[in-house]
Design a protein around this ligand. Structure first.
Ligand code: FAD
Length: 312
């Protein structure tokens, strides 16, 4: 690291930001894999988060923002930088049908509040093991709902300044947003818009979605949900058709229950999971001519992707 850890810790103490030298990505991500992290920091307000990131970036320290870690595959190598974990930065203010939500807020917690108020269009949030900040990055969603359907604007640290970015400028698409291309932009809070319904109807919809999800997906396993996507094709159906259910590399396996999920079934390494994802993509390309994109965000794998030379 360009700046030594003690100097960074001193600065974090001055900012009132908690730090930890003993974390690994295996502890911070739902896959349960990934190397040790030189320093992990936990800002608990947008202002502290912005000051932390500005300081780190000014000093050319490598950073990665982490929410619940449910869409991150981090390599087995040690990370010589700082992981900025947002989960301590949480809070929700609801006025009428509008909610201001801090980026580290749990989607499930927000969904409970919406249910109490009878606000609909955000029922899918109850199905994500995520933070709202992480959810906006890949426009997370299910059952026909997604972040694009509720987002009004984002307050973000963009090129060293805290700015409000309108939903249009966030360019939410199928499992993508402007934040995928600009990992140096950090979401601090979101303004979300819902529609009025009743607590009973919202609870019924949430219950239906959760039952459907539990019956179709391996929710108890260690995964990051569906690892691949395509704008117009249901990738998991083709993975199934290619006979890949149960296919294994090391401790990583394509789920028998849902072919879109890769599971850490037996002490997988990050490399096992990475290679399995690449094997699935290669198979889909060879069998169906389908170029599936990686939904899970890769940390520390460099640019050795099998497909990087293909221009989309
Ligand atoms: C069992 C299971 C089921 C799932 N089901 C679904 C589903 O139905 N639909 C779906 O879309 N996804 C699903 N996922 C994937 C995952 O939950 C979502 O992608 C989720 O939105 C990730 O949120 P997170 O807070 O965990 O983000 P993380 O995994 O922590 O981060 C994801 C990416 O966002 C970046 N990031 C995180 N926070 C910020 C921030 N504040 N500012 C800028 N960048 C940030 C990270 O650097 C990383 O690149 C599932 C995952 C699991 C494990």
């Amino acid at each position: 690291m360009t700046t030594d850890i003690r100097t960074i810790q001193k600065k974090m103490r001055a900012l009132g930001v908690k730090t930890d030298e003993n974390k690994s990505f295996a502890q911070l991500t739902t896959f349960g894999v990934g190397g040790r992290i030189a320093l992990t920091v936990y800002p608990d307000t947008p202002s502290k988060c912005a000051k932390t990131l500005k300081y780190l970036r000014k000093n050319a320290v490598k950073t990665v923002t982490v929410g619940r870690g449910s869409n991150i595959l981090a390599s087995d190598d040690d990370f010589d930088g700082v992981a900025v974990v947002t989960t301590a930065m949480n809070g929700v203010k609801i006025r009428g049908k509008r909610a201001e939500v801090l980026a580290g807020t749990s989607t499930k917690y927000l969904a409970r509040l919406l249910c109490q108020r009878g606000l609909c269009k955000g029922e899918f949030l109850a199905c994500l093991p995520a933070t709202v900040g992480g959810a906006v990055v890949t426009n997370a969603g299910c059952f026909g709902q997604d972040m694009a359907g509720i987002l009004k604007s984002v307050k973000a640290l963009k090129d060293g300044r805290v700015v409000r970015i309108g939903a249009d400028e966030c360019k939410l698409g199928k499992r993508t947003s402007v934040f995928c291309d600009r990992p140096d932009w950090t979401v601090l809070s979101l303004s979300l818009q819902f529609e009025q319904s009743t607590p009973q109807r919202v609870a019924d919809t949430v219950g239906y979605m959760q039952r459907q999800k539990a019956s179709r997906q391996p929710l108890n396993g260690r995964s990051a949900g569906c690892v691949l996507y395509h704008e117009s094709v249901a990738v998991s159906r083709l993975i199934d058709e290619a006979g890949l259910k149960g296919f294994r590399i090391g401790g990583a396996e394509v789920s028998h229950k849902h072919a879109g999920f890769v599971l850490n079934v037996d002490k997988a390494t990050a490399l096992d999971i990475y290679l399995l994802i690449q094997h699935i993509r290669k198979t889909l390309w060879e069998r169906f001519g389908l170029f599936a994109k990686t939904e899970v965000r890769l940390v520390g794998f460099g640019n050795d992707d099998f497909f990087t030379e293909r221009k989309e």
